[in-house]
Design a protein around this ligand. Sequence first.
Ligand code: NDP
Ligand code: MG
Length: 389
Amino acid sequence: MNAETPQKRIAIFGSTGSIGTQALEVIAANPGLFSAEVLTAHHNDELLVQQALQFNPNIVVIVDEKKYQKVKQALAHTDIKVFSGEKSLEEVASMDCFDLMLAAIVGYAGLKPTLCAINKGKVIALANKETLVVAGDIIMRKAVENRVPIIPVDSEHSAIFQCLVGETRNKIEKVLLTASGGPFLGRKPNYLVNVKREHALQHPNWSMGAKITIDSATLMNKGLEMIEAKWLFNLKPEQIQVVVHPQSIIHSMVQFEDGSIKAQMGLPDMKLPIQYALAFPRRIPNQFPRADFKKINTLSFEEPDIKTFRNLALAMDALQKGGNLPCIMNAANEVAVFAFLHNRISFLDMTDVIEKTMAGVSFIANPTLEEYFESDGEARNFAADIIKL
Ligand code: NDP
Ligand code: MG
């Protein structure tokens, strides 16, 4: 351990996912700086046990109660505590055994544990963008009240955050949120109508969990990220511009009042923003591959096609209207993506489900936390009814 910087105790909520496993690689490479104190999984008991045996955390949570005995038995010879059930995520998130929560659960399920950690004053490294999409106003207010820094992990937001270091007194004119365009960049509805699950799961630049990979293919991911950017950086909708940049080298840009633009660049590798968030405010060395500008001969930019990728247009509408509309949209999207991944609806059907749900569930301009929870439930039922799930 480094005498100047005490080891940071990390809780990884969603340790068995794409972000979670990459975060553990970062921790393994820097044992003097970080320790993994909490690991959580939904169903994947085998990977959770394997991670627990390697990292020797204080606590593991297996949300799926059917797997509890298996995990408990596999770790019986250790002093690792095993928790199970959905509620235990909130219980563990409220404990004192860690300093920083990496919020890497996918979807709405990440909201409540993250809120508990904020209420306990823990630093949040935020991968779970849905938390801010659903209840960004409340999350940011609680973070200010509890003096909790929220450090983005999402590559675009990490880029913006990095561009803003040293700029606290300077006003942002706008942010340019870059988008790869996903696997169907340039395609039209006559092509998308036949797209299958396997096809949509192939992302050209990033290897990620299934849900965000589908969101990237529909451009909903960029819509969620616009809302995430609004809350993280206190922006007005008109200050957020999406730019399609297929090479994913520029991870996003900030334009200041003098017209100057700062960009953060690098190869597309989530370990970099994960490491940055865990080590912030320090930058620490690593062995990740470096960008070579002799090989990168094109950086290109174009407008997103929101007529074809209507999910992005719907998200822009939700961003503009605010209230519980982003929460409703997020819930409908989670249901639609789940149905698409289970071959229940087509690629383009996802947009119809979201659009109808946004129109069908009652709008609330200034929801309470309870009302966000209710809107989420209502929207899920509404969307499931359309799909007949
Ligand atoms: P994955 O699907 O790969 O992993 C999700 C993790 O959350 C797993 O540990 C999973 O457990 C757990 N989980 C899933 N559902 C629940 C639930 N209902 N309750 C508790 N735990 C649950 O997702 P990613 O790692 O790709 O994404 C995580 C978050 O980070 C998402 O919000 C995503 O938008 C965001 N993000 C991801 C990026 C990426 O490159 N992957 C980039 C930027 C942001 P189990 O394995 O047991 O199912
Ligand atoms: Mg992103």
